[in-house]
Design a protein around this ligand. Structure first.
Ligand code: ADP
Ligand code: MG
Length: 295
């Protein structure tokens, strides 16, 4: 409950009052919290360290050290389209990551609520996601888990600002947990990951594939690759790049938007657009939209 915080570490209790759950994912829970004194609202991501390792204590200690290194990198990041890391409380079994709070919900829920986004809103949101990913890629950080659940909106308003979250730590989640997550949402998974069976020999280009899947979903409200398709299993759809643009859904979408989706959902990694190339695509050269993004 909200008030029983006796099991929380002293360092956390001194600084924050924890409240309701904001969301759940593979890593654990994210809770609303209030900074004591200022009453400022924040989000606290609670990660059980055992999620990071299936092995014994030695391995857990090793991974914990790597995670701390990564979290310190993440703390140093600063971008208007990325959720800001604010604080970290580290105990022997749990990591509490204090984050900037946003209150507009997940892009996922927004698309479900509205059925799909207007092309102009899709463009405004996509532009901000691409800026965030360019910022990460420029520092050699791959997000690895881009999907509409990890894209958060600042407010309920129609043309709001977007913040990317949940990056950098997914590579530490043990492969069993990760596999389960993929089985839940392989929708966003790049073909080269399926083809190399997750051996880790892939690059930043996996984020660009996911950006293509997200853009497709924003524009029409359904995914390009789906386990519901009767003609072909999901893995084969993805590795073969088997998706299309049925007239019934795509006739009102501009050729520029479709062209960008095609160039991101390109199975050949070498031909797939980089995020910088995506930002230079004609569809995103839109002064009105860029003004709304305020960046
Ligand atoms: P996981 O790694 O478990 O997926 P996330 O960091 O994606 O964890 O957080 C899970 C969910 O919690 C998000 O999808 C979102 O709904 C909510 N959430 C996470 N961070 C914030 C935040 N800073 N502000 C508001 N909600 C958040
Ligand atoms: Mg997540």
């Amino acid at each position: 409950s909200c008030n029983d915080d006796s099991d929380l570490p002293e360092e956390l209790r001194q600084q924050y009052t924890l409240s309701r759950i904001l969301g759940k994912g593979a890593c654990g829970e994210v809770k609303l919290a209030f900074e004591k004194g200022s009453c400022k609202k924040v989000a606290v991501k609670i990660i059980q360290k055992k999620k990071f390792s299936a092995g014994g204590k030695q391995q857990l200690d090793n991974v914990s050290r790597q995670v701390m290194t990564e979290v310190n990198i993440l703390k140093s990041l600063k971008h208007p389209c990325i959720i800001q890391f604010e604080n970290l409380i580290d105990t022997s079994d749990t990591l509490y990551i204090v984050l900037e709070l946003v209150e507009g919900g997940e892009l996922f829920d927004r698309v479900v609520q509205l059925g799909k986004l207007d092309e102009s809103t899709a463009k405004l949101f996509f532009y901000q996601m691409a800026l965030a990913i360019k910022y990460l890629h420029d520092q050699n950080i791959t997000h690895r888990d881009l999907k509409p659940e990890n894209i958060l909106l600042v407010s309920d308003s129609h043309e709001t600002l977007v913040k990317v979250t949940d990056f950098g730590l997914s590579k530490f989640v043990d492969s069993q947990t990760m596999l389960k997550t993929f089985c839940g949402t392989p929708t966003y998974l790049a073909p080269e990951i399926l083809l190399t069976a997750g051996t880790g020999a892939y690059t930043k280009a996996i984020d660009c594939w996911s950006l293509g899947v997200i853009l497709y979903i924003c524009l029409v409200g359904y995914p390009p690759f789906s386990p519901d398709r009767k003609d072909m299993e999901l893995g084969k759809q993805i590795t073969g790049g088997h998706y299309d643009f049925p007239k019934a859904y795509w006739s009102s979408v501009s050729t520029g938007a479709i062209d960008l989706v095609k160039k991101l959902l390109c199975v050949n990694v070498k031909k797939r657009l980089t995020v910088t190339e995506a930002l230079n695509h004609p569809w995103l050269q839109d002064e009105g939209m860029r003004r709304k993004a305020e960046i």
